[in-house]
Design a protein around this ligand. Structure first.
Ligand SMILES: *Cc1c(COP(=O)(O)O)cnc(C)c1O
Length: 397
């Protein structure tokens, strides 16, 4: 299980790593070219000495699929490679990934800082579940430089690109302050994907992804990963064995297959998103466009691997409320109104109905989420068809 993720390979660039990293072929019998789906809960051995050595952790091998599985391991090695991590751990959902990352860093009596615009379930997990276990939390703007000195937190939880207004966190600046206060930085890198930003290379302690989104990429699997140093992942693997939110070999295999086209998909999605943002910005029915490629993100720009800024775009329909947004959504013929993101299909979402449902209008407005706000997860379709669909749907009244 300790196969070195950074071993010398005949490739080095991300498009090649996405296709080849982690792949595990059995060295006996038939030689499949892709990692098989090891649908087994336990593993047998040729001799009891071998079993004893594997159980002791003295040699590589597998015991029981809650502890590790070769298909799941292939996914972990692929993610570790793409994130530049010492190791990675695959789990059953993005929420399971955040849970393990937090369990590893905080305990009763600790304080956590949560970025104000975190994914809603993450905020609830921190405040309700960890809160009931004696962990206190404060929500702060990720740009608030005084918060660490004021709150002395054990961990700071932040997203690279936030939802739904797509604000970019300046991770290098955050890491610098956190190190001075011995605070762990846990980054949810779901919206950026490993193609755009690699937070561990910036000094962040733990990265998590909901693989449900860009990594698997096809809207057909739910999963999560944690990436960190090998020693931190080893600790989290012990937690995983006890808490148990593993992913199964079939979901791991789908995710591993999705990762092979991550660079291709992500490049197309980012380029489509940039073009859609430009199209919407000049559309007479659009009041405002939120897209990190169209705003000055200051020094945070340096943490991106290239000029691409993500496949999500948010925009406000002029003078619109829920009824108007619903008419536009119902008029869409190509784009699908649905939650989730990062799929090959273009998805549109109305945050006041979904992620920010039940929130008082004033609170929502204070967060900058207007009544006419639409979030778009741009797919890999031809941009001409995507803009044509928005154009005709925005004509609906
Ligand atoms: C979807 C999502 C999650 C939760 O992931 P699941 O796979 O649904 O558990 C966490 N963070 C972000 C940013 C997400 O988009």
């Amino acid at each position: 299980m300790s196969k070195d993720a950074s071993a010398k390979r005949p490739y080095q660039h991300i498009a090649s790593r996405a296709v080849h990293a982690g792949e595990h072929q059995p060295q006996t019998g038939f030689r499949p070219t892709t990692t098989p789906i090891y649908a087994t809960s336990s593993f047998g051995y040729a001799a009891m000495d071998e079993a004893d050595a594997v159980f002791a952790g003295a040699v590589d091998g597998y015991v029981y699929s809650r502890h590790g599985n070769p298909t799941v391991r292939a996914l972990e090695l692929a993610v570790a490679d793409l994130e530049g991590a010492g190791d990675a751990l695959a789990v059953g959902s993005g929420m399971a990934a955040i849970t393990l990352a937090l369990l590893n860093d905080v305990q009763a009596g600790d304080h956590v800082l949560a970025a104000t615009d975190l994914y809603g379930a993450t905020t609830n997990l921190i405040e309700q579940v960890f809160g009931s276990l004696g962990v206190t939390a404060t929500r702060v703007d990720a740009r608030n430089r005084a918060a660490m000195a004021e709150h002395r937190p054990r961990a700071f939880v932040v997203e690279t690109i936030s939802n739904p207004l797509l604000r970019v966190a300046d991770l290098p600046a955050l890491v610098e302050i956190a190190k001075a206060h011995r605070c762990r930085v846990i980054v949810d890198n779901t919206f950026a994907s490993p193609l755009l930003v690699n937070p561990l290379r910036l000094g962040v302690d733990t990265v998590i992804h909901s693989t449900t989104k860009y990594l698997a990429g096809h809207g057909d699997v739910t999963g999560g990963v944690v990436a960190a140093s090998a020693s931190r992942i080893a600790d989290m693997r012990e937690l995983l064995k006890l808490v148990g939110p593993i992913t199964g070999p079939f979901d791991a295999w789908l995710t591993l297959r999705g990762i092979k086209t991550l660079p291709l998909r992500m490049e197309r999605q980012c380029d489509n998103a940039a073009a859609l943002a430009d199209f919407l910005a000049q559309h007479p029915r659009v009041a405002r466009v939120h897209y990190p490629g169209r705003t000055d993100i200051g020094s945070a720009a340096a943490m991106f691997n290239d000029h691409r800024r993500g496949g999500l775009v948010a925009f406000e329909i002029k003078d619109a409320g829920q009824e108007d947004v619903f008419r536009v959504f119902e008029a869409m013929r190509l784009c699908t109104p649905a939650t989730s993101l990062g799929d090959v299909y273009t998805l549109v979402l109305y945050p006041p109905m979904s992620t920010h449902r039940g929130m008082a209008d004033d609170d929502r407005h204070a967060m900058g989420i207007a009544d006419g706000l639409v979030r778009v997860s741009v797919g890999i379709e031809d941009i001409r068809d995507i803009t044509a669909d928005f154009d005709q749907a925005l004509a609906a009244r």
